[in-house]
Design a protein around this ligand. Structure first.
Ligand code: ADP
Ligand code: MG
Length: 227
């Protein structure tokens, strides 16, 4: 396959578990859209960040030690004003351990559907990408498709169209989602995996939010471990 346009060299990042922000910088380097966001250390900084980003916003606590932020009470969605944001900041901060690195204020993304995108470097088979039904459904449905990286956008589209969730993405229960943008994102992630090689342990975007057809897709959460 042909390398997608607009892939910058990967930024210098530490080994081990990355923060969501670091993992998003990694995926953004290959041209994947990520949420606008600002790291904050106080309620005042959070309010200033939200005013710059525009309400509604999302507040998340940042800790390398936490794998599932929402399970740990570290994700507060759809905050609509300063008062809601301040309350969320106090609550999330109280749940953060001593290893934490503050909070992040993000734009609240909206879309038609969510997908899970993953990449690993398998010691035997090399770089692989996978895609599946996103959000909480990922573990329940086991609706995933895996392929050796890199994959073209056309190959990525076929992977997505083969999922059991494909009719939902095509608009079974609403407007069709931008599966073309999802395919482009999966292809870019696959090139990132191929270029990182064994430096990549695992990387996932969960979820990628798909807007209506023609409106793009955006990574709202990313997680990565580097060797
Ligand atoms: P976790 O570490 O629990 O996976 P996430 O950052 O994925 O935390 O947040 C949990 C859920 O909240 C996501 O699956 C998604 O549905 C929603 N979410 C997270 N960030 C955003 C955002 N910026 N905009 C809209 N929805 C979001
Ligand atoms: Mg997530």
């Amino acid at each position: 396959p042909e390398r997608p346009a607009g892939m910058a060299p990967a930024p210098a990042l530490p080994g081990g578990a990355l923060t969501e922000g670091e993992a998003k910088r990694l995926v953004a380097s290959c041209g994947i859209a990520t949420t606008r966001e600002t790291a904050v250390q106080s309620a005042e900084e959070a309010v200033a960040a939200a005013e710059a980003i525009g309400y509604p916003v999302v507040l998340k606590g940042v800790s390398r030690a936490v794998v599932h932020k929402s399970d740990a009470g570290l994700v507060r969605l759809d905050l609509r004003d300063d008062a809601a944001l301040r309350a969320a900041f106090a609550e999330v901060s109280s749940r953060l351990g001593p290893d934490a690195e503050g909070c992040v204020v993000q734009e609240m993304a909206r879309g038609e559907a969510e997908l899970f995108l993953g990449a690993i470097h398998d010691p035997q088979f090399g770089p692989m990408v996978l895609v599946g039904a996103g959000g909480i459904l990922v573990e329940v449905l086991q609706d995933v498709c895996m392929a050796p990286a890199p994959v073209s956008a056309e190959q990525a589209r076929a992977m997505i169209e083969g999922l059991r969730v494909a009719p939902v993405l095509a608009g079974l229960r609403g407007r069709p989602a931008d599966t073309g943008a999802a395919a482009d994102t999966l292809s870019r992630l696959s090139w990132l995996a191929a270029e990182l090689g064994p430096r990549l342990v695992e990387l996932d975007i969960n979820p990628l939010i798909l807007r209506a057809a023609g409106q793009g897709a955006i990574a709202v959460d990313a997680r990565a471990t580097l060797a």
